[in-house]
Structure formats: C-alpha cells, structure tokens
Design a protein around this ligand. Structure first.
Ligand code: SF4
Ligand code: SF4
Length: 432
C-alpha cells in the first residue's frame, strides 16, 4: 500500500490569505447584518459580517496588524455562514474567514490561544488513538457522576457545561457495514469522522440501517480519516489539506456511487475538497471528482427517494437547522421532508430555527460567553414549541443542545433526524 501523505504538508499560497477577488465582492450593503447572530447579540459593526470583512481586507493589505483586539473580532465569528447564504453579492464569507485565519496563523504573530488550538486540533483531533484517550476520560468523567456534580456548582457550571457528552459504544466498524435484504441498488461509502464514532456511534448505526432498508450497500472505508473541517475553520489549512488528500484516496478506492455524510460540518468540508486541493497537480482532479459524489444523508435519502415508514411512534419534534447544512450546503427542506414522512410525528417549527445554537465547532469552548448567550435564546425558543424531541443534523449541535437542555432543566431528547426515521422503520416492523 502507498505511504499516506503526512499530517501537515504545505498548501498553495492562495489558501493562506483571502483573495482580492473574494474581498472586493462586498459592496457594504448591510443586508447580512440582521442575519448575523453576533451582530444581533451585540449591535456592534465590528461583530458583523461587513465589519469583519473590512477588518480582513485591512489585515490582508497589511493596513491592520493582528493585535489581540483585531483577532478577537475574528474569534467571535461563529463561521455559521448565515451571512453568506443571504448575501446578494455572493461574498464567499466562509472561504474568506478561513483564509484570513490561515494568514494570521501563518504570519507567526497569532495569539498563543490560536497556536494552542491549532496544536490540539492537529495533535489530538486528527489522531484517532489520542482522541480515543480523551473520549475515554470524558466517558469516565460522566459515568462516575463528576459532570453532574460540577454542573451543580455555580462557579464551575458554565465552564464544564460544554464538555462533549461521550456515551454509548464507540463505532469501530469498517468494510461493508450494512446490506439490503434484496438487490443492491446503490453502493455508498459512509464518512465516520473523528468525534462522531466516539460520541454518537448510534447515529452511524441508524444511518447504516436506514440506507440498507432503502436498497444501499454501505461501506465504511478503513483508511478514512477526520474530514479536516475543524482545522480549516481554525486557520490550519495545511492539516486540513493533508487530511483531505487521505480521504480522497480512501474514498475513491472504495469505488462507491456516493459518499454519504451524516454530519453537516463534515459534509460541507468534503464538498469543498475540490477548492481546497485545487492547486495540487496530483490531487486537484481527484478531489473535484470525489467532491461531486459527496451527499448529506438527508439530501441523499430525499433524492433516492426513501420509502416512507408505514408507522411510527407518536412524537412532537422541533428541527434545529445545522448551519453547515442550511447555510453552507443550502439544505433545509430534505430533513423536514424526512420528518414529515414519519407517521405519528408532529413537526413544531421553532422561531429562528436556522440561527446558530452557539456550538460552531470548538466555539463553545473558545467563546463560552457568546455561545451561552446564543444557546439560552435557542433553548427559550425550543421550550416555546413544547416539543419532546429536538432533531438536528450535526454532532456539535447535538452536544450543544443536550447541554442546553441540562442547563434549562428541559426534559427533551436530542436526536439526529435519521435516528427518528430509523425508529419509525423499526416501529413498522421493517428490518435489515
Ligand atoms: S457581505 Fe454581502 S450582504 Fe453583507 S454587506 Fe457585504 S455585500 Fe452586503
Ligand atoms: S459567519 Fe455567522 S457569525 Fe460570522 S459574520 Fe457571518 S453570520 Fe455573523
């Protein structure tokens, strides 16, 4: 087998500073402001998309320096891309912010917190063995009741709230993980990711069952790695590109009709592999080819189309759009279509369902105050629906909403939308 590319390898200069073309698209109309959670929370131009674009241009041109104050405004951005989705000028805000952060990090003057974050993401999140050790510690912390105690102590409560919930059996399966009972209609490869198999292995099991019930043979390629989204979002595009190369090789070798992803952030990142590796002669064409086959699981099921379940448990459900599904991938209808197809399920829409819950990758850990502010507002809007279940589409959102439910004493369950479809199939007596 060929030696895999190293974790961390050089990328083209284009990826380490926002381009003039991208920056100049902003005409400063301000139409994005009322869609930006941090602007709505603070009322400050510096915490708005327009203000940040102005700052990123000044940093790119060397007019502004990456002082603690300047990078603080970049740090406060959730990278939810709500501004990008509504911008009439087509400013590729996500790409600009990633490049601006990469420029600060590569410039050697990034704050210590940025360098430590990049080191953690590179040395732990991108390395499954080390990440499994962290997950084991978190599992123990929860299992022996320490989390429950810490969350009752006022001085600790807000600090420990966002430690991810790691529960259930880790998902470690590779190769063919599910087959349909009848003829194979589609062959798909599942991205298992880094945190998802440790924290929400049950979602992968549900996804595999649902796909198999709809005629798919599901493979989990053993050579796949973390998608690199967290690294790219935090300015380490070198590590993101190295991980992308490994995934391009692993998933093309699987030869599947589609790569199915049940984590919104990972799906958005994989759909952008073509752009990430565009300057690499050995990978540009392969990355573009792979990216064209990447499908979010809701999108994939809606396009099949999936078989509606014959019955399902009586449930009231509200759906929280994951930012990287609704804004980065433009998918808001497919998850609702799936939920609406479940007999007995009543969908109760919350206000501002497409506004970020404050999770945003590692944002809840790096910006806990703003994250809590957004989460508290989100939980009030969820409580107003009276729903018993919150459905969403990303592990970060699931973990954040679980933390919000504990914080607000809400007796709600948080589930991936595909889990609810899986339960309805099982309620109907369908099985693989
Ligand atoms: S990012 Fe788009 S919507 Fe916002 S001010 Fe610039 S042009 Fe207008
Ligand atoms: S990505 Fe989200 S938080 Fe950042 S500027 Fe855009 S709307 Fe605001």
């Amino acid at each position: 087998m060929a030696t895999p590319p190293p974790i961390r390898a050089p990328v083209g200069a284009r990826l380490i500073a926002p381009s003039e073309t991208d920056l100049s698209r902003c005409v400063r109309c301000g139409l994005c402001l009322q869609h930006c959670p941090t602007y709505l929370a603070t009322g400050l131009e510096t915490e708005s998309p327009r203000g940040r674009l102005y700052l990123m241009r000044a940093l790119a041109e060397g007019v502004a320096q990456p002082t603690a104050n300047a990078v603080g405004h970049l740090d406060q951005c959730l990278q939810c891309r709500n501004c990008e989705a509504v911008c009439p000028s087509g400013v590729p805000y996500g790409r600009v912010m990633e490049a601006a952060r990469a420029q600060v990090l590569a410039g050697g003057r990034a704050p210590l917190s940025w360098r430590l974050r990049a080191l953690f993401l590179r040395q732990v999140i991108a390395r499954p063995g080390r990440l499994a050790l962290v997950a084991a510690a978190l599992r123990l912390y929860r299992a022996c009741g320490l989390r429950a105690v810490a969350e009752r102590i006022p001085v600790l409560r807000d600090r420990v709230l966002f430690a991810p919930t790691v529960a259930g059996r880790p998902f470690r399966r590779t190769g063919v993980i599910a087959r349909p009972q009848g003829a194979v209609q589609r062959r798909v490869a599942l991205l298992t990711g880094c945190i998802m198999p440790l924290a929400y292995g049950r979602v992968h099991e549900a996804t595999a069952r649902v796909l198999a019930l709809n005629g798919c043979e599901v493979t989990a390629p053993a050579e796949q790695v973390c998608c690199g989204a967290l690294h790219a979002h935090n300015g380490d595009r070198e590590t993101a590109a190295a991980l992308a190369r490994r995934n391009v090789d692993a998933f093309l070798a699987a030869g599947a009709d589609a790569v199915v992803v049940n984590s919104a952030g990972c799906g958005a990142a994989m759909k952008e592999y073509g752009a990430l590796l565009a300057e690499e002669p050995d990978y540009a064409e392969k990355a573009r080819r792979l990216a064209e086959t990447v499908r979010d699981v809701h999108e994939f099921l809606a396009d099949l189309p999936f078989a509606p379940p014959a019955s399902g448990p009586e449930l009231t459900v509200t759906y929280q759009d994951s930012c990287h599904l609704a804004h980065a991938q433009g998918i808001a209808g497919a998850p609702r279509l799936i939920l609406a197809a479940i007999p007995g399920l009543r969908l109760l829409e919350m206000a501002h369902a497409d506004r970020c819950c404050g999770s945003a990758g590692v944002y809840s850990l790096t910006q806990p105050q703003m994250s809590l502010r957004l989460l508290d507002e989100k939980m009030r809007e969820i409580a107003a629906t009276g729903a018993a279940v919150i459905a969403t589409a990303n592990p970060g959102c699931m973990s954040q909403l679980e933390a919000g439910a504990r914080r607000h004493g809400l007796r709600v369950r948080v589930a991936h939308a595909v889990e609810l479809l899986d339960e309805a199939y099982r309620d109907s007596g369908a099985g693989v």
